[in-house]
Design a protein around this ligand. Structure first.
Ligand SMILES: *[C@@H]1O[C@H](CO)[C@@H](O)[C@H](O)[C@H]1NC(C)=O
Ligand SMILES: *[C@@H]1O[C@H](CO)[C@@H](O)[C@H](O)[C@H]1NC(C)=O
Ligand SMILES: *[C@@H]1O[C@H](CO)[C@@H](O)[C@H](O)[C@H]1NC(C)=O
Ligand SMILES: *[C@@H]1O[C@H](CO)[C@@H](O)[C@H](O)[C@H]1NC(C)=O
Ligand SMILES: *[C@@H]1O[C@H](CO)[C@@H](O)[C@H](O)[C@H]1NC(C)=O
Ligand SMILES: *[C@@H]1O[C@H](CO)[C@@H](O)[C@H](O)[C@H]1NC(C)=O
Ligand SMILES: *[C@@H]1O[C@H](CO)[C@@H](O)[C@H](O)[C@H]1NC(C)=O
Ligand SMILES: *[C@@H]1O[C@H](CO)[C@@H](O)[C@H](O)[C@H]1NC(C)=O
Ligand SMILES: *[C@@H]1O[C@H](CO)[C@@H](O)[C@H](O)[C@H]1NC(C)=O
Ligand SMILES: *[C@@H]1O[C@H](CO)[C@@H](O)[C@H](O)[C@H]1NC(C)=O
Ligand SMILES: *[C@@H]1O[C@H](CO)[C@@H](O)[C@H](O)[C@H]1NC(C)=O
Ligand SMILES: *[C@@H]1O[C@H](CO)[C@@H](O)[C@H](O)[C@H]1NC(C)=O
Length: 638
């Protein structure tokens, strides 16, 4: 009888639930019926059920027990709904506003789309809202009436239109707001000046225009302001005020005019990023009054004048990026900046045109990890003072007019893994010491260090690459486009961690050492436009990461190795070597004579091996046999 009754109850629940789930559930729940109605509405607009919710796979009708939901123990009302990273798809239901006691809503990183319902912006108890990383579109309501709001994250959606004009008129508790990475347009509404509790504000990565308003900079508690990557055109004039700002990012906008002389107002400023704008005038000397300044990026602007003398006092300065910004007098800049004992990244490229790279022996940069002074048409030679920067990981002096030889002291740079001296007029032999660079032999991943929390820029020709850690640069030796002579040392084969070796456009002679097969991480190997002779060592076919290879325009002979990555290289990798043949493009018809005198001792067996296994015609057998009897003295002297 009891069993029958139970079955009847179950059946009627099922039947009724088809008709109206809400009514049935509410007979057996402790959670509030309005909340349930809200959740039902929420579920109805989703395209798939929520795992852990009734009726999918929760045994409980009590919505307070469902995944992601927390109810207040006394009122039984839902106070928190957290379903981040749940692959939710569909729309966001209006009925969510039935959850009147809701304090925390986190639906971040789902696939919700459509507008955020207007009623949602009137939940009286809502404190923390995270809808970031969805596909919400449409405009926001003009009025936001969330009197308890503390944290609002709408970043990384497809929202558009203006920002709400009265964000802070109804709440006085708002601490953190992000509108970043949407399609918001227009100015920052003047009422944001009422957000007196705001600590962090980001509207980066939108299409805002107009001025960077001073009422934001004046907000008494603001520590972090991110307005980068918009279309702001100016910064307003600002008089004396007091700011707690630590992090100010105005980069990648269209800001013209002088950098305001307002830095006395920012005693705690640690990061000031204003690169990629149209700022003019000089670098304000009173930037140095921000004595906690750790990162300064003014790259890509139209400034002029020297680095201010006051920068001597920036004791905490670690990252200074002034590339392509119009500063002059490299000698003065270095003399001043050497006093910044904590300077680890110094990027001065694309300035100081036609000046001399100072050879002043007194300069000392003991903490430097990255030094980039490329594309400045600098004259002079690579100075001795650089040898004091023994922590260097990255040195780039490319695209200048430097003369003299490559210094041998670099062997002492235990961490150097990126050296670009390309496109200068350096002469002499490549120092053998470069084949001993420790971090190109044993480089440890554990060398990784915390990244500065901003990206710094590097230009490769016209492309702009963005890195926020030195460690992200590829291990590289680029000595191309110089006047270097002498051989390619066989010891280069030691550099197991090297990814790029570019020696093109020099006057290098001798053979390509077969030991280069030790470059087991190499991706790019370019020896084109030199005077190399001999064969291409077949051992190079073992280099399984090699994707860019060129020996074009040398005087190489013999048969192009086959197999491995060599089957992917085009004719252009080999052209301009009259004695080279053997891949799909260059037939070996007339190369018999050329093969004979230039074979590299170590490679003879391999050539024979290849010829045999690839079943070359017997016409080549004579050549192969003569290869085997090439006198030992033919081995290149290197
Ligand atoms: C509910 O089902 C979903 C899949 O639909 C599963 O991922 C989840 O773990 C289940 N939850 C519970 C509490 O059984
Ligand atoms: C409904 O409530 C009763 C009594 O409170 C309980 O025994 C039963 O398990 C509940 N049913 C469900 C499906 O939660
Ligand atoms: C929302 O949840 C995600 C994932 O757990 C978390 O990273 C994020 O901090 C939460 N948002 C807020 C505002 O707490
Ligand atoms: C909000 O800001 C405006 C202009 O900045 C000001 O006139 C108004 O009094 C402020 N309102 C409140 C409530 O602070
Ligand atoms: C600067 O920051 C410190 C803590 O980092 C804080 O105690 C101090 O009040 C701040 N000063 C100003 C002027 O904001
Ligand atoms: C950059 O600033 C200069 C004045 O310093 C101005 O003449 C020029 O129009 C500005 N360019 C852009 C694109 O705003
Ligand atoms: C310099 O850097 C060291 C190590 O990162 C740090 O401990 C020290 O506080 C810094 N000095 C200044 C003045 O910032
Ligand atoms: C560079 O600055 C130094 C002083 O630091 C000065 O003696 C020198 O004349 C300046 N050079 C140029 C070209 O302005
Ligand atoms: C070499 O550097 C000069 C500037 O010094 C630049 O104009 C030229 O394009 C560079 N050449 C190559 C091949 O990068
Ligand atoms: C580098 O090579 C030069 C000459 O080839 C040699 O005198 C020197 O001792 C080597 N090592 C260093 C650290 O310079
Ligand atoms: C690399 O790490 C190993 C241990 O993880 C350590 O023994 C070795 O000295 C490190 N090498 C370098 C060059 O730092
Ligand atoms: C290439 O090498 C051959 C044989 O050694 C020599 O006769 C010829 O002059 C060289 N060609 C060039 C362009 O150096």
């Amino acid at each position: 009888m009891v069993a029958l009754l139970k079955i009847w109850v179950l059946v009627s629940i099922l039947l009724l639930s088809l008709h109206s789930q809400i009514l049935v559930i509410s007979q057996n729940v402790t959670c509030n019926s309005n909340d349930l109605k809200g959740l039902k509405g929420f579920m109805d607009k989703l395209q798939s059920p929520i795992g852990g919710w009734w009726p999918t796979n929760s045994s409980s009708f009590n919505c307070c027990n469902w995944v992601g939901i927390t109810c207040d123990s006394s009122s039984g009302r839902i106070v928190s709904l957290k379903l981040p990273n749940q692959r939710l798809t569909g729309h966001f239901a209006d009925l969510i506003s039935s959850l009147v006691q809701l304090k925390t809503l986190n639906l971040s990183h789902n696939f919700l789309k459509g507008p955020i319902p207007t009623s949602f912006f009137h939940l009286a108890n809502l404190e923390i809202v995270d809808l970031s990383g969805n596909e919400f579109d449409d405009v926001l309501p003009v009025t936001i009436n969330l009197p308890a709001l503390q944290v609002l994250d709408l970043s990384d959606n497809n929202l558009r239109g203006p920002l709400p004009v009265d964000l802070c008129t109804k709440t006085n508790r708002l601490r953190v707001v992000s509108f970043a990475v949407n399609y918001f347009t227009g100015i920052i509404p003047v009422n944001f000046g009422n957000c007196s509790f705001l600590e962090r504000l980001s509207s980066a990565g939108n299409y805002h225009s107009g001025v960077i308003p001073d009422f934001l900079l004046r907000l008494p508690r603001l520590r972090e302001l991110e307005l980068q990557d918009n279309e702001f055109t100016a910064i307003t004039g600002i008089s004396d005020f007091f700011s707690q700002l630590v992090h100010l990012d105005l980069s990648i906008n269209l800001i013209s005019g002088d950098i305001p002389d307002f830095f006395n107002n920012f005693p705690n400023l640690t990061y000031f990023l204003a690169h990629s704008n149209n700022l003019s005038g000089t670098i304000p000397a009173n930037l140095a009054s921000c004595n906690k300044l750790k990162a300064l990026n003014l790259a890509k602007n139209n400034l002029n004048g020297q680095v201010p003398e006051s920068f001597k006092n920036l004791e905490s300065l670690s990252y200074l990026l002034l590339s392509n910004c119009g500063v002059t007098n490299l000698s003065a800049a270095l003399t001043i900046l050497q006093h910044c004992r904590n300077l680890t990244i110094l990027v001065l490229s694309r300035n100081f045109y036609n000046e001399q790279l100072p050879s002043n022996v007194h300069l000392q940069f003991k903490s430097l990890k990255a030094l980039m002074i490329a594309n400045c048409s600098l004259t002079g030679s690579i100075p001795l003072w650089i040898s004091g920067s023994t922590q260097l990981q990255l040195l780039e002096l490319s695209d200048n007019r430097l003369t003299g030889s490559i210094p041998t002291y670099m062997e002492d740079f235990k961490s150097l893994f990126y050296l670009d001296l390309s496109n200068n007029s350096l002469s002499g032999k490549i120092p053998k010491n470069l084949t001993q660079l420790r971090s190109l032999i044993w480089r440890n991943v554990s060398m990784e260090e915390p990244s500065p929390d901003f990206p710094f820029f590097k230009h490769i020709n016209t492309r702009t690459l963005q890195y926020n850690q030195i460690i992200k640069f590829p291990p590289k030796l680029d000595l191309s486009s110089n006047l270097l002579t002498g051989p390619i040392w066989p010891e280069f084969g030691n550099l197991m961690k090297l990814h790029v070796l570019n020696l093109q456009h020099n006057n290098l002679s001798g053979t390509i050492p077969s030991s280069l097969s030790g470059l087991i991480s190499i991706e790019t190997l370019d020896f084109s436009y030199n005077r190399l002779t001999g064969t291409i060592p077949p051992s190079l076919a073992k280099l399984s990461f090699l994707s860019t290879f060129s020996v074009a325009h040398n005087n190489l002979t013999g048969i192009i190795p086959s197999g491995g990555q060599f089957s992917t290289f085009l004719n252009t990798s080999f052209e301009g070597n009259p004695g080279l043949c053997g891949n799909l493009f260059l037939s070996c018809q007339n190369s018999r004579d050329l093969l004979r005198p230039h074979a590299h001792e170590e490679d003879e067996y391999t050539i024979l091996h290849i010829l045999v296994i690839t079943g070359f015609g017997t016409g080549f057998l004579g050549t192969v046999i003569s290869l085997l009897v090439v006198p030992r003295f033919m081995k290149s002297h290197i």
